[in-house]
Design a protein around this ligand. Structure first.
Ligand SMILES: Nc1ncnc2c1ncn2[C@@H]1O[C@H](COP(=O)(O)OP(=O)(O)OP(=O)(O)O)[C@@H](O)[C@H]1O
Ligand SMILES: [Mg+2]
Length: 359
């Protein structure tokens, strides 16, 4: 007996995407549905490479189809196609091949922006995405140190070829200057460098391009907002009240610049002893989540203070590489998933907002 396609699709409607709150049939995630007698095969194409959700959905889908009378076997493949973020407008032209640009910023220096940016980027790559990193800290480039890179940039005759490490494509001012050379420029030149990082670099096809923002508010964010459409900004904060106050200003700035804040990460949230795994709230805990709630933003997660994070940054081996199974690395993985989910939600919402006719 040949099982009917519509009956299979009907059965699959019980499986819902937990982020988009819609069933996977309505979302158009079912691809390559093939039915041969009682054998059913199809692919579920997600919008994020989120790892754990994937297994859960595969199991749910298989179970749902096995319930259909006449079905004897189900083969479910999982794939992910990250959707395009914001489209361009006026002066902001999208980068060809680059789907989502994410800024990692904060209201102040030293809260862990670069640490979060590199671990987040690697976490996204580990889940199967194509990821690039731009070191937006033109005056104090730290990305090459944290990724353990000493790259000599080459060109392909026309454009600069990004350097590669840990599966990431990377560009930094640190590749273009000697280690201790001071970088002294005027504002307009900084804008020029950023423009070059976007337009003169041969970025391949990227799902996410992560920008490590420099400390302080201001010129890089402004320049970024004028150059490319940015899917959103993540704001890194520490739990102290002073950091939270600065973070609120950063969120306000991004909103003003038309860069939607995607969510808040609380870094150095609590201390985990590497020996006894005891936890202590050195700076307090929960302030970041409260701030996110107050500002109407998603809370993307908290990262503990953990000595190997600092050691990994100094040694050029980020924690998600050096200790992938540690609770702190899992916290980075979870933050990456939440970030991917928020981008997917934002692009889904944009695509379904009904167009209003302006007269
Ligand atoms: N969760 C953490 N646990 C332990 N050390 C951390 C953690 N997060 C960051 N650090 C360390 O704190 C220092 C500052 O972090 P980082 O350079 O990422 O901050 P930043 O916000 O990018 O700073 P800047 O404003 O100077 O760019 C680094 O030495 C880093 O290794
Ligand atoms: Mg930094």
């Amino acid at each position: 007996m040949q099982v009917d396609q519509s009956v299979v699709l009907d059965a699959l409607k019980v499986v819902r995407d937990p982020d988009l709150h819609q069933d996977i049939v309505a979302l158009g995630f079912i691809k390559d549905l093939k039915i041969d007698g009682g054998q059913v095969a199809f692919t579920i194409e997600l919008t994020t490479p989120a790892c754990p959700v994937k297994d859960q959905m595969r199991d749910q889908a298989r179970a749902a189809v096995l319930q259909v009378p006449g079905v004897s076997g189900v083969d479910v493949q999982m794939s992910a196609r990250v959707r395009e973020g914001v489209s361009g407008d006026g002066g902001r032209q999208p980068l060809p091949g680059v789907k989502n640009i994410i800024a990692v910023g904060a209201g102040k220096g030293g809260v862990g922006k670069t640490t979060v940016a590199v671990n987040l980027a690697i976490a996204l790559a580990k889940c199967g995405s194509k990821v690039g990193v731009i070191d937006g800290d033109i005056y104090g480039p730290n990305v090459p140190i944290m990724l353990g890179m000493k790259a000599q940039l080459i060109t392909d005759g026309e454009k600069i070829v990004p350097a590669e490490k840990y599966g990431l494509q990377v560009i930094s001012m640190g590749f273009l200057t000697a280690d201790d050379a001071p970088i002294i420029w005027r504002g307009p030149m900084l804008h020029g460098v950023l423009q070059q990082f976007f337009r003169q670099v041969s970025w391949g096809n990227l799902d996410y391009l992560v920008i490590d923002m420099p400390p302080g508010t201001g010129d890089v964010a402004l320049s970024l907002s004028q150059t490319v459409p940015v899917a959103g900004a993540i704001v890194v904060t520490t739990p102290q009240q002073v950091s939270l106050a600065d973070s609120r200003r950063a969120v306000a700035m991004y909103r003003k610049l038309n860069i939607p804040p995607l969510g808040v990460i609380e870094n150095m949230s609590y201390f985990v002893c590497r020996n006894c795994h005891d936890e202590a709230d050195i700076f307090g805990r929960g302030g970041g989540e409260q701030m996110a709630t107050d500002l109407g933003l998603p809370f993307l997660g908290r990262i503990p203070i953990y000595q190997p994070i600092r050691e990994g940054s100094d040694a050029g081996v980020p924690l998600v590489i050096s200790e992938p199974g540690s609770p702190a690395a899992l916290a980075f993985m979870s933050v990456a998933e939440q970030t991917a989910a928020q981008i997917s939600i934002a692009s889904y919402q944009r695509s379904t907002i009904p167009l209003t006719v302006v007269r």
